[in-house]
Design a protein around this ligand. Structure first.
Ligand code: AP5
Length: 221
């Protein structure tokens, strides 16, 4: 969890590379669906694209349908990382019901924290690979060859919701709908707070150490 642009996707990608866990990013799923031709998109998906462009949250029912279609991710042998989901109390409650049915439990909910000014800086400079979705930053994490992905050579692009008008709406949506989840997961004893200032590798090491010690404590209990 964490505000837009705090670095959730970057950390999920690093965790995924190290742990071999399934990485389910609802934002990536929506963007992939949006890159298909309009006639291949369901009316619910076309509507979802409008919400995304404006920086608003997609309705819970559409998000939940996308997640349920990918529920096999939860049974991945290397575990699973949910990135950008849940984002409302309704989504968190639906997720809990599904996990209970599957007899699965979350190890932790990591909440990344950063001042708003740095978040805006990260979002404005972000560039994403159109093929493999790897994430770069024009100054903080530049690609070796400008405009091309280090990993697969794909073209880098700027997300349309990274323009100033959408950033403002996304930050407001986060404060209104997603920040209350912090208390929800705190009460469930799952919350891990990580200060997201520092390099991606530094933040990754802090995250991994925390997750490992929680996992060891859960296995010992
Ligand atoms: P989504 O794609 O989930 O976007 P987001 O939450 O707004 O988060 P971002 O992907 O923008 O940022 P991030 O925290 O992953 O940061 P990143 O690692 O890229 O969702 C997009 C939209 O889809 C939503 O607005 C909504 O409409 C819809 N949606 C998705 N899920 C939904 C749900 N569950 N319910 C309802 N609607 C939903 O990093 C950002 C930049 O910073 C990059 O350039 C990166 O290189 C750089 N960076 C990262 N870490 C560091 C560091 N440590 N130091 C310096 N730079 C760094």
């Amino acid at each position: 969890m964490g505000a837009p642009g705090v670095g959730k996707g970057t950390q999920a990608d690093l965790l995924n590379q190290r742990l071999g866990a399934c990485h389910l990013s609802t934002g990536d799923v929506f963007r992939a669906a949006g890159s298909r031709g309009e006639c291949e998109q369901s009316p619910a998906m076309q509507e979802a694209m409008g919400y995304m462009r404006r920086g608003e949250l997609v309705p819970d029912s559409t998000v939940w349908e996308m997640v349920r279609e990918r529920a096999e991710c939860l049974r991945c042998g290397g575990g699973f990382i949910l990135d950008g989901f849940p984002r409302t109390l309704g989504q968190a409650e639906s997720l809990k019901q599904l996990l209970d049915q599957e007899k699965l439990a979350l190890t932790a909910v990591v909440n990344y924290e950063l001042p708003t000014s740095e978040i805006v800086e990260r979002l404005s400079g972000r560039r994403t690979c159109e093929k493999c979705k790897a994430v770069f930053h024009v100054t903080q994490r530049p690609a070796k060859v400008e405009g091309l992905c280090d990993r697969c050579g794909g073209k880098l692009f700027q997300r349309e919701d990274d323009l100033p008008e959408s950033i403002k709406v996304r930050l407001e949506a986060y404060d209104r709908s997603t920040a209350p989840l912090i208390e929800f997961y705190q009460k469930a004893g799952l919350l891990v707070r990580v200060a997201a200032a520092g390099s991606p590798d530094e933040i990754f090491e802090i995250t991994l150490t925390d997750l490992k010690s929680r996992r060891a404590a859960q296995l010992a209990a």
